[in-house]
Ligand binder design. Structure first.
Ligand SMILES: C[S@@+](CC[C@H](N)C(=O)[O-])C[C@H]1O[C@@H](n2cnc3c(N)ncnc32)[C@H](O)[C@@H]1O
Length: 333
């Protein structure tokens, strides 16, 4: 544990200590990254990787999406965690290093602190603002574990060694973020987590959305308030800031729907009219109705995902579900 000064304020005990260390290995603005982004926008089937959702506004909008009536995954996952928390904690065991992949505001992770009593909390995210805010908040908690942050893009490679210690760990990947990878990429990602498990006393707690009725899925990714639409459209502003492009949000509309053939949600930005966008000195014409693909979110039947875990080298797989079978929580080691 790091050294802390304990301050008593009324009934609250606050720990004052040096701010948590945040290590930034991210090169989102590196020339190679920006070249790759420009190439994707200039390609005949244009796309933007979902990691570009998450600038400061994007992270805030994500936190609003999970509050919308239509977006069931977060509240269903939370209900499974609440209902089975003791059981899940008993399987995982206390005192491990807790590595939170795509930690965002760290609110989900914090709820595990009391039952898992982690020795260390490692917040891993692409958004430095999100991690800095979350760790600042957590460092004010009484009995907070050691806190540290890693700013990285784990869609390129998952390497937590700059900050994580070689000790029994639980990797936490909630919110069905695994669905943003194509199934073969998901398998690659899971294998990397498995490879990080230096000892056998290490595992992965992961939330995975299930396949279900198209109408519910369509609504979840195209809410009536337009919060998901704003989240998707904001990507264009983020890209403008990074790449110097001149996308005008007014020229585009959000599309989010379930593609049953692929078993995935697709999000796109669709041109409202013919538009020309300057991308690295080139004029890219988009015709009315043309789409930029911004996200996939694959949905998995429990057995399908269990097979992915097994292929990745996990052998002991536990599953918890809500009564409706809308969402699955796995712990695998
Ligand atoms: C859907 S949010 C989930 C946040 C939180 N874990 C939860 O479940 O509520 C996804 C999080 O992953 C982060 N993220 C997205 N792509 C990433 C990438 N390629 N590398 C690292 N973090 C990423 C985002 O910044 C965001 O905080």
């Amino acid at each position: 544990m790091s050294l802390r000064t304990i301050t008593q304020i009324g009934n609250t005990v606050r720990a004052d200590s040096a701010p948590p260390t945040i290590t930034n290995v991210l090169k989102l603005d590196s020339k190679a990254e920006l070249d790759a982004l420009a190439k994707r926008l200039l390609a005949p089937a244009a796309s933007i990787p979902p990691k570009y959702f998450y600038d400061e506004i994007g992270s805030t909008l994500y936190n609003a999406i999970v509050l919308t009536r239509e977006y069931y995954p977060t509240r269903t996952e939370a209900a499974i965690f609440e209902r089975f928390r003791r059981q899940i904690a008993a399987v995982i065991g206390e005192g491990k290093q807790f590595v939170d992949l795509g930690s965002g505001d760290s609110v989900k992770a914090e709820k595990w602190f009391a039952s898992l009593k982690p020795s260390r909390y490692v917040a891993v995210d692409i958004s430095e603002t999100a991690v800095a805010d979350a760790l600042a908040r957590l460092s004010g908690l009484a009995n907070a574990p050691d806190l540290c942050g890693l700013i990285t893009d784990f869609s390129r490679v998952l390497d937590v060694t700059p900050v994580a210690e070689k000790k029994p760990s639980v990797f936490f990947y909630p919110g069905s973020s695994i669905g943003n990878f194509m199934p073969d990429e998901a398998s690659w990602f899971l294998r990397q987590i498995r490879a990080h498990c230096a000892t056998s006393d290490c595992g992965l707690l992961i939330g995975v959305d299930a396949k279900k009725d198209k109408a519910r899925l369509d609504a979840a990714y195209d809410d009536a308030l337009g919060v998901t639409a704003a989240f998707n459209l904001n990507t264009l502003n983020h890209v403008n800031g990074l790449l110097g492009t001149d996308f005008d949000v007014h020229d585009w509309k959000h599309r989010g729907f379930y593609n049953e053939a692929f078993g995935r949600i697709e999000m796109h930005l669709e041109a409202r009219r013919d538009v020309i966008v300057r991308i690295r000195g080139e004029a890219r014409s988009f015709y009315r109705g043309e789409r930029i693909h911004t996200e996939n979110s694959y949905k998995y039947a429990p057995d399908q995902f269990r097979a992915l875990l097994t292929e990745a080298g996990f052998s002991d797989v536990h599953l918890w579900q809500d009564e409706g079978g809308d969402f699955n929580v796995f712990y695998a080691r």
